[in-house]
Design a protein around this ligand. Structure first.
Ligand code: GTP
Ligand code: MG
Length: 233
C-alpha cells in the first residue's frame, strides 16, 4: 500500500490457472494478452508461467501470475501441481471443437474440483472467429457436427456453476482477450477473501456482495467489462 495523488494505493496478487483440451487455444490466448502476438502455428505446451500487472486504475493494481498448462493426458499426473494456490481457474474449450466443450464437464471440472474445490471457474470459449469460418464448418459438417453455439457454451458454464462465461478470438480480437483476462483478474481478487467451505451458491452471492460493496474501483470496472461479451452468472 502507498499513496498516489492523495489516495491510498492498492496492490493485489492473484494466480490464474488455465486448463482445457490440447490445442483448444490456451497458450494463444495468454500470448495475445501478454505479448499482443498471434500465430497459427501450434506448439504444444509443457508448463509455463507468465507474470504481468493489470493497472485497474491510477491507484489499484493487480499482479497476475498466469499458469499455462498442457491439455495432453500424458500430463494428467503432473498438472495437479499447477493448481496449488489457484485463485481462479480458466476452463477453456475451442468453439471449433465440440468435443472440447464436452470435456469441460467430463474431464476438466472433476480435475479442477479435486485439486481446488473452492476456486471460482470461468469458462472460456476460444476462437469464436471459427463459428463463421467456412472451412471449419465444412470439416465439422462431414462428421455431423457444428461449431459450438454461444447458448451451448453458456449452458455448460451454468451447469458447472461457473462464475462467468466468456468467448474470445485471439486471432481477430485482442480486446476480447483483454476482457476475459481482466474480468478473471477482477473476479479472482473479488473472491479471494471468501470463507473456505462456502457452498457454490454462497460463493456467488458473496461475489455479488463484494462486487457491490468493498470491491471499490474494481466494482465499476467489472461491471463495465461484464457488458462486453461476458455473462456473469
Ligand atoms: N482461428 C483461431 N485459431 C486459434 C485461436 N486461438 C488459437 N488458435 C489456434 O489453435 C491452435 C492451438 O492453440 P494453442 O494455444 O497452442 O493450444 P493449447 O490449448 O495451448 O494446446 P496445449 O498446449 O497442447 O494444451 C493454434 O494453431 C492456434 O493458432 C483463435 O482465436 N482463432
Ligand atoms: Mg499450450
Amino acid at each position: 500500500m502507498g499513496q498516489k495523488d492523495g489516495g491510498p494505493e492498492t496492490e493485489v496478487k492473484t494466480k490464474l490457472v488455465v486448463v482445457g483440451d490440447c490445442g483448444c487455444g490456451k497458450t494463444t490466448l495468454i500470448e495475445r494478452y501478454i505479448n499482443s502476438s498471434y500465430t497459427d502455428t501450434y506448439t504444444a505446451t509443457g508448463f509455463d508461467t507468465y507474470n504481468t500487472t493489470y493497472q485497474v486504475s491510477a491507484t489499484y493494481r493487480i499482479h497476475l501470475s498466469i499458469w499455462d498448462t498442457s491439455g495432453d493426458s500424458g500430463y494428467d499426473r503432473v498438472r495437479p501441481v499447477s493448481y496449488t494456490g489457484a485463485d481462479l481457474v480458466l476452463a477453456c474449450f475451442s468453439i471449433g471443437n465440440p468435443d472440447s466443450l464436452h470435456n469441460i464437464v467430463t474431464k476438466w471440472l472433476p480435475e479442477i474440483r479435486e485439486h481446488c474445490p473452492n476456486a471460482p471457474i470461468i469458462v472460456v470459449g476460444c476462437g469464436n472467429d471459427m463459428r463463421t469460418n467456412d472451412d471449419v464448418i465444412a470439416k465439422l459438417t462431414r462428421s455431423n457436427l457444428a461449431p459450438v453455439t454461444y447458448e451451448q457454451g453458456l449452458k455448460t458454464a451454468k451447469d458447472i456453476d461457473a462464475l462467468v462465461y466468456s468467448e474470445t478470438s485471439a486471432k481477430t480480437s485482442e480486446s476480447s482477450v483483454r476482457d476475459v483476462l481482466e474480468v478473471a483478474a477482477l473476479s479472482s481478487v473479488g473472491t479471494k477473501q471468501m470463507h473456505a467451505g462456502e457452498s457454490d451458491g454462497q460463493r456467488r452471492k458473496s461475489f455479488r456482495k463484494k462486487n457491490t460493496s468493498s470491491m471499490g474501483e474494481a466494482k465499476s470496472a467489472i461491471k463495465k467489462e461484464s457488458k462486453k461479451g461476458c455473462a456473469i452468472m
